[in-house]
Design a protein around this ligand. Structure first.
Ligand code: SF4
Length: 182
């Protein structure tokens, strides 16, 4: 059975496919890290009145037998806008891809031209994510197939060996594994 693809996996695909594979296979390390705790805290405390106005929703879809699920914390039903709160804009491309995935799943549920807004309360910065174009939709579908292909492998892809690795909670796991393989 194909693995369910969610927003976190889409985001990780744009950062590190090895991290994505580990998550999808139940290896979760950063849940306990201070960084993730801080990120969650920012989401919960930055816009405290928001939950009165917006709705938390979970929508599902299927693309070519690939199950998709989008858990959206803040959705403006009336204006069809997804709000996503992030701590830092360092990985903005991954954040945009995550929101675009949410828009895709909403579209599959009959929502017409949803849009998104990324918010970085610590930086006082917002970024608008436009409604999907035909090309973007095709690109998302290509990525869904690629993710499914990666997740069907019995081993994770090779470690990235990028500066990002030093701050990643899987650092020890990845580099000890690579040494073992070499
Ligand atoms: S340590 Fe590097 S290769 Fe391993 S999961 Fe993290 S980012 Fe990816």
């Amino acid at each position: 059975m194909k693995k369910v693809i969610n927003g976190s996996l889409i985001s990780m695909y744009h950062i590190c496919t090895c991290e994505m594979w580990l998550h999808a296979n139940g290896v979760h390390m950063e849940q306990t890290s201070d960084l993730v705790y801080e990120g969650k805290l920012i989401t919960e405390t930055s816009y405290t009145q928001r939950s009165d106005t917006y709705t938390e929703i979970e929508v599902k879809a299927v693309y070519e037998d690939i199950p998709l699920t989008a858990k959206i914390d803040f959705y403006d039903v009336k204006n069809r806008v997804v709000y996503e709160v992030k701590k830092s804009d360092k990985l903005e491309q991954a954040h945009i891809a995550q929101v675009q995935f949410y828009l895709y799943v909403l579209e599959q549920n009959g929502i017409e031209s949803p849009r998104g807004i990324l918010q970085y309360p610590k930086l006082c910065h917002t970024f608008s994510v436009a409604a999907l174009s035909t090309e973007l939709r095709k690109d998302i579908e290509r990525i869904l197939k690629e993710i499914t292909q990666i997740l069907s492998c019995s081993q994770p892809p090779p470690a990235l060996r990028k500066s990002y690795c030093k701050t990643c909670s899987f650092f020890d796991f990845c580099f000890i594994r690579e040494e073992g393989l070499s």
